[in-house]
Design a protein around this ligand. Structure first.
Ligand code: FE2
Ligand code: FE2
Length: 339
């Protein structure tokens, strides 16, 4: 595959690196021309692949109500449609996070809205990441369009407002000052960039789904393996320059960003069930939400914990990171699901 070449940075290892210093930032920036998926030929990796009718579009085990009796009572056709829409919603969640949260933040970073991003390597890293994100949106929208065409989906449910963005916009709506809204976007972007590979890895190596779907996630994850360390490094510079009010807001809203970005999106799932005309849609969702450990898709936020420690604010952030150590990628107790 053109554009994705071996390079001198071990991206698989990066996610577990504890200390990412300026030298790593320089190496990552220098490696971008060789590793960026924007240099991949889309026609090359998508064009020749046809769907396998025996494979799912989305992993069944990631559908939180897959074993609910009412869902199992539905016809194969309807359940298959929910599976396909689950894949579409997965892409839509990625696109929404990039288009409406990460990219506006990268623009702010490029325009000097936040202090501490003046040195050239940092600006270059943010510019590269911004380019990557625009490309990721293109990859995922292409994947959605392929799916739409393959199944003749003339009409689709509205899955353009995932829970990750809904919670951010609820918070920004209550903030009268621009600097407050800017910090919230920064918090969501930092947590998102450190966490998104957990979301992508859900599909990246799954052999029960269409190979093209896993490949889109895998290629995207390759870029994000660099974004996390880059954003963490830049955030350290920014944090050192924030004033006391900005720091307080950053610290107090980190847990909100974590729970939003790790949340299971029951609102969207219910829309998909209703769109597929599954009998008892509301009951299926209500029953699933009432089970323990069903609010979060993820609990492993160890990459965010690492940054929190490096910023020296571990005693101030009200989030129990110990859950990350106990069960990776399992569900978190204690919070009522958003509906
Ligand atoms: Fe991305
Ligand atoms: Fe990213």
């Amino acid at each position: 595959m053109s554009g994705v070449q071996p390079h001198d940075v071990d991206f698989d290892k990066l996610g577990s690196e504890h200390h990412v210093g300026p030298n790593t930032l320089k190496r990552l920036v220098a490696a971008w021309p060789r590793r960026a998926t924007v240099r991949t030929d889309m026609a090359d990796f998508m064009g020749s692949r046809t769907g396998d009718p025996d494979l799912e579009d989305y992993p069944v085990h990631l559908i939180p109500f897959a074993e609910h009796p009412l869902f199992l009572d539905a016809s194969d056709e309807k359940r298959r449609l929910v599976n396909t829409l689950g894949w579409q919603a997965y892409n839509a969640r990625v696109i929404a996070a990039e288009e409406y949260v990460a990219n506006p933040t990268f623009e702010m970073l490029a325009h000097g809205v936040f202090p501490g991003v003046e040195r050239y390597e940092a600006r270059e890293a943010m510019q590269q990441s911004h380019i990557d994100e625009v490309w990721h949106t293109y990859m995922h929208m292409t994947a959605m369009q392929r799916t739409k065409e393959a199944y003749d989906l003339d009409v689709e449910p509205d899955y353009s407002h995932p829970i990750t963005n809904r919670r951010l916009f609820e918070l920004t709506a209550g903030k009268s000052e621009k600097w407050e809204r800017d910090i919230l976007f920064l918090v969501w972007t930092v947590v998102g960039e450190l966490h998104i590979n957990n979301f992508l890895e859900l599909l990246a190596r799954d052999t029960t789904i269409q190979p093209m779907h896993a490949l889109v996630a895998r290629l995207h994850a390759r870029d994000e393996a660099a974004h996390g360390p880059l954003v963490a490094e830049v955030m350290k510079d920014i944090f050192a320059h924030l004033n006391a009010q900005q720091r307080e807001l950053f610290i107090h809203t980190l847990p909100d960003a974590i729970t939003a970005l790790g949340a299971q999106d029951y609102g969207t799932w219910e829309n998909l069930l209703q769109f597929a005309r599954i009998s008892g849609s509301k009951e299926i969702i209500t029953d699933t939400c009432s089970l323990p450990d069903t609010e979060m898709m993820f609990t492993d936020f160890s990459t965010v914990e690492r940054l929190v420690q490096e910023l020296g604010i571990e005693d101030r952030v009200e989030y129990d990171f110990s859950v990350s150590h106990e069960t990776k990628n399992s569900r978190r107790r204690s919070q009522a699901p958003e509906r």
